[in-house]
Design a protein around this ligand. Structure first.
Ligand code: GLU
Length: 441
């Protein structure tokens, strides 16, 4: 049976790279009916923090990466001491102050057979003697990692290739302790778009931050799977089940993956588009509440309708509230260029006025009625659609991009739409008068 593990240190949040490593381990175990172990490497008692641990566990659960066994290295110090003692007893290790140190055999070379990188040979000449137990009684990473991987029966070590320098040191310890070597699978790093190692400079790195911004866990998993692995065809959207079915270590990429937020946004948008409206509404509500867009009570049917109208336009749950803010608040942000282009002529104001009067007289307020009345008005006035629609859109939404204007007018509701047009008309007129006065001086 294949046994793999993900071994985070709770000294920071779970970031994109860690989550990707975890996902590949999880996928490999699930696709081969193996075992997936979560091992918390909390040996550094001063740097490990409970809040990081909780965040890591929550993020993994959110991503749907469940584990079969959970271990904490901080509870296993006796085991590491016992194995350090064995090496002391055999003379392979020595004590210095209170630390236990392993003597690296010189003139020896270590070969790593890596499933991604092939064979790597390292001369032990460049490896210093290895600390096994530190003088404060805690074990060193390379030592407890080997003891645990061996005792837990780990068959494949799948981790980032930034760990390659540790691998020969670990192989030496496997040999010293008489343990069977696992297979090594070092996955290439994730780089930012400028090709330097992915870091905060490139945007959010913590999984919890993506969750907060309203990315969906299925979309994040889908995107992460493509960072360093490919399904062997052009498909880009796959469910967790499909991934489990199709995943194979053979199709891991040999070169670094580049993190592309636009692609993640696109994938998230696809999941949003395909999500059931009721579920999507439920997920969006907390974001709207947080923004103060809605309170405890709101018109559920109206909101679902609005979300449906925007479904192909937003890429995160948070993004919806950003795009549709003008439906919820009267403090509309007006785009300066749009105002200049579409609201600064007397004709535009006249058109708005006529449009407002037409709306205020409507008895029924469904999309079709609004559209028919608007078209009839434009015909009577003898003006082009654009001359009416553009000013109306800027006046109601603040910008030049929105879903269909008649839908927008419908969802705003008659009262709000008429009022907003009135406010805008008044504002432009006051401004025009002011300019007239100024130029008369
Ligand atoms: N705790 C180590 C880390 O966070 C684990 C490395 C490994 O997988 O061996 O990088």
């Amino acid at each position: 049976m294949n046994v793999v593990r993900f071994a985070p240190s709770p000294t920071g949040f779970l970031h994109i790279g860690g989550a990707r490593t975890c996902l590949f381990n999880w996928l490999f175990s699930r696709s081969t009916k193996g075992k997936f172990i979560l091992r918390i490497e909390d040996t550094d008692l001063s740097r490990s923090r409970k809040e990081y641990l909780d965040e890591i566990l929550n993020s993994l659960q959110w991503l749907g990466l469940d584990w079969d066994e959970l271990y904490y290295q901080s509870e296993r110090f006796d085991i590491y001491r016992e194995y350090a003692q064995k090496l002391l007893d055999s003379g392979a290790a020595y004590k210095e102050e209170n630390a236990v140190i392993y003597r690296i055999p010189k003139e020896h070379s270590v070969k790593i057979y890596d499933l991604v990188h092939g064979e790597i040979t390292i001369d032990t000449e460049h490896i210093k003697d290895q600390v096994l137990m530190k003088s404060d009684g805690s074990p060193a990473y390379n030592f407890c990692c080997v003891v645990d991987d061996a005792l837990m029966g780990v068959t494949h070590i799948i981790r980032g290739d930034d760990h390659i320098p540790n691998t020969p040191k670990q192989i030496i310890l496997y040999e010293a302790l008489g343990f069977k070597l696992p297979k090594f699978v070092h996955i290439p790093m994730i780089l930012g778009e400028d090709k330097s190692r992915m870091s905060k400079r490139h945007g959010a790195t913590a999984i919890s931050e993506y969750r907060r911004q309203g990315y969906l866990p299925q979309a994040v998993v889908n995107y992460l799977s493509l960072l360093g692995w490919s399904p062997g065809n052009d498909r880009e959207i796959f469910s967790q089940q499909t991934l489990v079915k199709d995943f194979s270590l053979k199709r891991l990429n040999k070169t670094a993956a580049v993190f592309d937020i636009n692609k993640l946004n696109w994938i998230n948008g696809q999941y949003i588009k395909n999500m059931e409206l009721e579920k999507l509404t439920e997920l969006i509500v907390p974001y709207l509440k947080e923004k103060g867009h809605i309170g405890e009570t709101y018109d559920q049917q109206w909101l679902s309708g609005l979300i449906k109208l925007y479904k192909t336009r937003f890429c995160t749950l948070e993004h919806f509230g950003e795009l549709s803010g003008f439906f919820f608040t009267d403090t509309v942000h007006y785009d300066e260029a749009a105002v200049k282009q579409f609201l600064s002529t007397p004709a535009a104001v006249e058109n708005l006025e006529q449009f407002k009067n037409m709306l205020s007289k409507l008895v029924s307020y469904d999309v079709k009625t609004i559209e028919n009345a608007a078209r009839a008005l434009m015909e009577t006035m003898g003006i082009q659609t654009g001359d009416m629609i553009h000013p109306v859109r800027v006046a109601l939404t603040g910008g030049t991009v929105s879903p269909g204007i008649f839908e927008v007018i419908h969802f705003l509701g008659k009262e709000k739409a008429v009022q907003r047009l009135e406010t805008v008309i008044k504002k432009i007129r006051t401004r025009a008068e002011m300019f007239d006065k100024l130029s008369g001086i």
